[in-house]
Design a protein. Structure first.
Length: 402
């Protein structure tokens, strides 16, 4: 309504935050309806009865009140107005009474609707490709922000390919054996005492005040639209400089390369095809993740496909290729270029080895993970992973022993 729009447009104007209860327009539109008064209370307005017997009753929105409930109610009101059915066409005027001679005069012709009247009656929607109204439903501010963030973080870009792929072809079994010889046996960590797993009053208070995450979108029980939840997920999505992708090849080999998060999944498949033998290149390879099994769309970006910051992909063929036809030795699986990468020792590799991706920004809340399987750097053992995490506080849930 106009009162809420004025507050959102000028939130620091005190005159927009106060409504006189005796205002005739206010009484006619909101004040005389119980549902209207309750809507004001939900938006944060408080009723002031004023002096006894006086006419100075007001509705006011305190300066310290949050504007989020008011913004949500305005968005819902706009959506309801856009979804309302169109008004029925005006009926023609009734026929005039029959004259004394018994013949009714012809009815006056209806005036054609002007172009301005038809344009004002048309619903205001999102402009289509031809410039006209492409949809009967317009976009809210939140939906516009969601689309802008999707273009910024999820859309495929052609100008972001890294200067070096840091491509490697390795045999994980040989890498793990070499790493085991280089690393010392990990020292066992001290187990926490039994009272560490006892649920305390602070744990129960944290669960009750918002740690549980109910089905209404979280946020302490506040109702949120789908666009609001999607906007929060995009805002909390970390930004990475590169993504580390591994692809399991036939014969137990693994390809590892660095990609930009906004490169297409098709770039990964093209890199894999270039490392396969001519026989396997002609067998229509594709990429998928599991569990659950999901074939990746090559037109999506790595970020949109959930393969950031790192993921392990599987290689399939359509139609399927038998194990014997796929080959079991590197010479049967790899191209000549990939064989040279496999034979090169790690210290003589032409490309520097990329580190595990780290977030460039610090989001307030981490987004949900994607479909790829996160993993430590290629060839690392459980001992190396434990050594890398040594010194960090061990987070053990209190319900682990239940």
């Amino acid at each position: 309504c106009r009162y809420g729009s004025n507050v959102m447009r000028s939130p620091h104007e005190a005159r927009y935050r106060t409504i006189r209860h005796s205002n005739a327009a206010f009484k006619r539109a909101i004040g005389r309806h119980a549902a209207g008064r309750q809507t004001l209370r939900l938006a944060g307005f408080a009723f002031d009865a004023g002096a006894a017997g006086g006419d100075d009753r007001t509705w006011s929105l305190p300066p310290t009140s949050s504007l989020e409930p008011l913004q949500y109610l305005l968005q819902e009101a706009e959506a309801l107005q856009r979804a309302a059915p169109p008004r029925p066409a005006a009926r023609p005027p009734p026929m005039p009474p029959v004259s004394e001679e018994g013949a009714a005069p012809p009815p006056p012709p209806l005036a054609p609707a002007s172009a301005s009247a038809s344009a004002s009656a048309a619903p205001i929607g999102r402009a289509g490709p031809s410039g006209g109204a492409g949809s009967s439903r317009g976009r809210t501010i939140t939906e516009a922000q969601v689309e802008a963030l999707k273009r910024q973080k999820l859309e495929v870009r052609a100008d972001v390919a890294p200067a070096s792929r840091a491509l490697r072809i390795v045999n994980p079994a040989e890498e793990a054996a070499a790493a085991a010889l280089r690393s010392a046996a990990p020292t066992p960590e001290e187990e926490p005492a039994d009272d560490f797993y006892e649920v305390t009053a602070d744990d129960l208070r944290a669960l009750a005040l918002g740690g549980g995450g109910g089905g209404d979108g979280g946020g302490g029980g506040q109702l949120k639209t789908r666009a609001m939840r999607e906007l929060e997920a995009l805002q909390s999505m970390p930004t990475y400089g590169h993504a580390l992708v591994r692809v399991r090849l036939p014969g137990g080999l693994v390809l590892q390369a660095a990609f930009h998060p906004q490169e297409a999944v098709g770039a990964v498949l093209a890199e894999v095809r270039g490392c396969l033998s001519p026989t396997l290149q002609s067998a229509q390879p594709y990429l998928f993740v599991t569990p659950p099994r999901r074939v990746l769309d090559v037109s999506l970006s790595l970020a949109a496909a959930g393969l950031v910051p790192a993921a392990t992909l599987l290689l399939g063929f359509d139609p399927p290729v038998s194990a014997g036809a796929a080959g079991s030795t590197p010479s049967e699986v790899l191209s000549a270029r990939a064989l040279t990468l496999l034979a090169a020792p790690p210290d003589a590799a032409a490309a520097p080895q990329p580190s595990f991706p780290s977030a460039l920004n610090l989001p307030s809340r981490s987004a949900a993970g994607g479909g790829g399987a996160l993993a430590p750097p290629l060839g690392s053992t459980s001992g190396e992973a434990a050594a890398a995490g040594k010194g960090k506080e061990r987070k053990v849930p209190k319900w682990l022993q239940c």
